[in-house]
Each structure stands twice: as C-alpha cells, then as structure tokens.
Design a protein around this ligand. Structure first.
Ligand SMILES: [Ca+2]
Ligand SMILES: [Ca+2]
Length: 150
C-alpha cells in the first residue's frame, strides 16, 4: 500500500495534477503557476494543454503586471516563467502557441536577440524591470497556464 501511494504521488508530481487556477483582478482568464514544478518549455506547453489551457499569452500590460504579481506572490521571481510564444519555426518571428503573431511585445531590456538556440518565450521580472524574454527551450523553469473562465 505504501509503495502504491508513493507511485501515485510521484505520478502526480511529474504530471502536475495539482494545478490550481485563480482569477486575477481585472482579467477574464484564469491562471495557474505551480512554484514547485520546473520543466522545459515543451513540457510546460503539454501540461497546460492537459489542463484544457494554454501557456500564458500576454495581451496587455495589465495582464503582464498581474502575472508578475502572481510570480512575486509565489516566490518564483528570480528566474523567468515560461509563456506561450516562440520563434521555433522562423528565427526572429515570434508567434503564440496558437500560431498567431504576438500582440503584446514589450521586451525585457536586452531582448530579443537573434539565436537559433534561444527560441522559447517567457516573462521576467527582476530589479524592478519587467517584460517578455526569449530563452533556451530545454531550461527547467516555472510556467504559467491560462484558460478561459467560462
Ligand atoms: Ca491572455
Ligand atoms: Ca531564436
């Protein structure tokens, strides 16, 4: 029995079944940010899809500000959190996980930069500066999922 419980817990930890979605003031979507799960960008995108959600797509400064606050509240503000955009298909052409051009494009200072090895999107808040960034897809980071509230 103990072994069985251990296996179930491991399974839950790997697949992140504990995702909690919260509403953020002024925004229509629901968001989740698990401060104990650090995964690659692809695994983050898969996890959000399993939740019936998608990796965060930032549509406005209000939305960025709200998720930055969520990051602070979860204590994960030292590193980026994955978000739902990339330039995996065409270098320098940033599109969302829904294959649309990114609508919100206030980049963190120094971003973006051209590199075939740096193709996955995130949000960063550090030293009072915030913005979107692009980073190595295989890095293990927290991630933010977004889904419709209805
Ligand atoms: Ca959004
Ligand atoms: Ca790139």
């Amino acid at each position: 029995m103990k072994a069985f419980i251990t296996i179930v817990c491991l399974f839950g930890a790997v697949f992140g079944y504990q995702s909690d979605y919260v509403s953020l003031e002024g925004l229509e979507s629901l968001y989740s940010l698990d401060n104990t799960t650090y995964v690659t960008w692809q695994d983050a995108a898969s996890q959000c899809r399993e939740d019936g959600a998608h990796l965060l797509i930032i549509d406005s400064q209000d939305e960025l500000d709200a998720v930055i606050q969520l990051r602070y509240s979860k204590g994960v503000d030292k590193f980026l959190s994955w978000a739902g955009f990339h330039d995996l298909f065409v270098e320098g052409q940033y599109i969302t996980v829904q294959d649309e051009p990114i609508a919100y494009n206030t980049w963190y200072t120094g971003y973006p930069f051209e590199s075939d090895e740096v193709n996955c999107g995130g949000v960063l808040s550090l030293n009072d500066a915030t913005g979107i960034v692009i980073y190595t897809c295989s890095a293990l980071r927290t991630f933010i999922c977004e889904k419709s509230a209805s």
